[in-house]
Design a protein around this ligand. Structure first.
Ligand code: DGI
Ligand code: FE
Ligand code: FE
Length: 194
């Protein structure tokens, strides 16, 4: 068994079945986007596999908070109110600490997969997008159209996902300031590109 297969076996044990299925979907979708846009395919696959590793059966919100305290990971007030957001930061920490990932590009793709941020790298965009469009995702509106766009033009796909996410969030929950920042940044870059 190679290292990637071993990791998959470990994650299968660590995650709920549905979360593991989603994880594989993200890994393969990220690999496809990497092929399309010229990113390192192995890096994309590995980041996809680990992006939700903090959503382990053995880690609840309390445990995420205590991991942040113990390892000096800063927690914003918004994250204190919405601790589910912490799985991105904690996941990046665990990818390094528990799973031995050293590549900073992979770690930051995990770190930013939930909110995105202004000025994302290609790999960060790929993981952010793959998380949204992977085949097991079903509930979001007009997903098939969004999937097509993501394989035609990555930034158009990113903007479309940010738009739909903000719309969804603003109806149901409060929007994280970083998510808002990401949205504002990428909407403002439409004009610059053209
Ligand atoms: O971990 P996944 O479910 O695969 O997807 P994800 O990492 O995008 O996380 C989605 C969760 O994070 C979902 O419970 C909504 C929450 N979330 C993401 N952005 C925001 C947010 N919650 C709030 N309140 N505000 C946000 O901006
Ligand atoms: Fe996630
Ligand atoms: Fe995910």
């Amino acid at each position: 068994m190679n290292a990637m297969e071993k990791l998959q076996k470990e994650l299968k044990k660590e995650l709920e079945d549905s979360r593991y299925i989603h994880t594989l979907g993200v890994a393969y979708t990220a690999a496809c986007l990497a092929m399309r846009y010229g990113e390192n395919m192995e890096h994309a696959f590995l980041a996809g596999l680990l992006h939700d590793c903090a959503k382990s059966k053995n880690i609840d919100h309390k445990k995420m908070m205590s991991l942040c305290e113990k390892h000096a990971i800063p927690v914003t007030d918004f994250e204190k109110e919405n601790p589910v957001l912490l799985h991105a930061k904690v996941g990046s920490f665990l990818a390094k600490d528990e799973y031995g990932v050293t590549d900073e590009g992979i770690l930051s793709a995990i770190r930013w997969h939930t909110t995105g941020h202004a000025g994302m790298t290609l790999l960060e965009k790929i993981i952010y997008i793959a998380d949204y469009i992977e085949p097991n995702r079903k509930k979001q509106p007009h997903l098939d159209e969004v999937r097509g766009i993501c394989f035609q033009n990555l930034d158009d796909g990113l903007r479309r996902i940010l738009h739909d996410t903000l719309f969804y969030l603003s109806e149901k929950k409060s929007v994280d300031p970083t998510t808002q920042d990401t949205y504002d940044y990428y909407m403002a870059t439409i004009l610059e590109e053209e």
